[in-house]
Design a binder for this molecule. Structure first.
Ligand code: PGA
Length: 257
């Protein structure tokens, strides 16, 4: 086989969720910037993104400026502006220094009742603001037990991605709900099966779908990252708990093949 001369650059994104105050958030970001600046391309083979709470975005934008570390947000509103108390638009996130925004995380889908249609509208809003949307999908434990995992993921992929989805404006993160924050991880065969299906769907439905980055998320840790990141069609990871520790997050980033 001829080696791909232009392989997909993996993406390791840290989802800090509702964790972090100014002092510890700044220290974590600064430590990652320090590590990233020190390491050469041979060591840091991935793109590194941190998604802190919205309160920290502008402060951390200054810390990561001109470094290999990029900034992302955890959610955005689906409209550009208006009377939406407490919400933040994608354009505001771009203005705060973000390049990425997570949409459709299962915690948003469950705790805020976000449907596939709403997730798609948010991804469209992200695109309109020039942000790269990290669109999350994944089955529940009951759906997996019922043999529906592939069907659920396919349905969410079809319904949650905008028509204008392309490898340059979107990343898809497969996050089985039962693996998030639980320490439970699907087998590598299970992850590979879902990612193979996502690649087929991407080729069918997405411009440059062959190059669409497909992340795995759910209890990724330094101890399992290398095995997961080496799987075909896994182009990085969305990391929750382990992204709050600079050493762990860096170890995961270094596990990229
Ligand atoms: P976890 O979270 O790594 O703590 O399981 C992943 C996520 O929610 O993105």
């Amino acid at each position: 086989m001829i080696a791909d001369k232009n392989p997909i650059q993996p993406l390791i994104a840290g989802n800090w969720k509702m964790h972090g105050r100014r002092a510890d958030g700044a220290a974590l970001a600064a430590e990652l910037v320090r590590q990233a600046r020190r390491s050469g391309r041979a060591e840091l083979r991935c793109e590194l993104v941190i998604c802190p709470p919205a309160t920290l975005l502008t402060a951390l934008a200054d810390i990561v400026a001109d470094s290999p570390v990029r900034l992302g947000a955890q959610d955005c509103h689906h409209l550009p502006s208006g009377a939406h108390t407490g919400d933040i638009s994608a354009a505001m996130l771009a203005d705060a220094g973000c390049r990425y925004v997570i949409v459709g995380h299962s915690e948003r889908r469950t705790q805020h009742g976000e449907s596939d249609d709403r997730v798609r509208a948010k991804a469209e809003a992200a695109h309109a603001a020039g942000l790269i949307a990290i669109v999350c999908l994944g089955e529940t434990e009951a759906q997996r037990a019922g043999g529906e995992a592939l069907a659920v993921v396919e349905r969410q992929f079809r319904a949650s991605l905008p028509v204008a989805t392309a490898a340059a404006n979107t990343v898809v993160a497969y996050e089985p709900v039962w693996a998030i924050g639980t320490g439970k991880v699907p087998t590598t065969a299970e992850i590979a099966a879902v990612h193979a299906q996502l690649r087929t769907l991407a080729r069918e439905r997405v411009a440059s779908g062959e190059r669409l980055r497909l992340l795995y998320g759910g209890s990724v840790k330094p101890g399992n990252a290398a095995e997961i990141l080496a799987l075909a069609n896994v182009n990085g990871a969305l990391v929750g708990g382990a992204s709050l520790d600079a050493g762990d997050f860096w170890a995961i980033a270094r596990s990229c093949p």
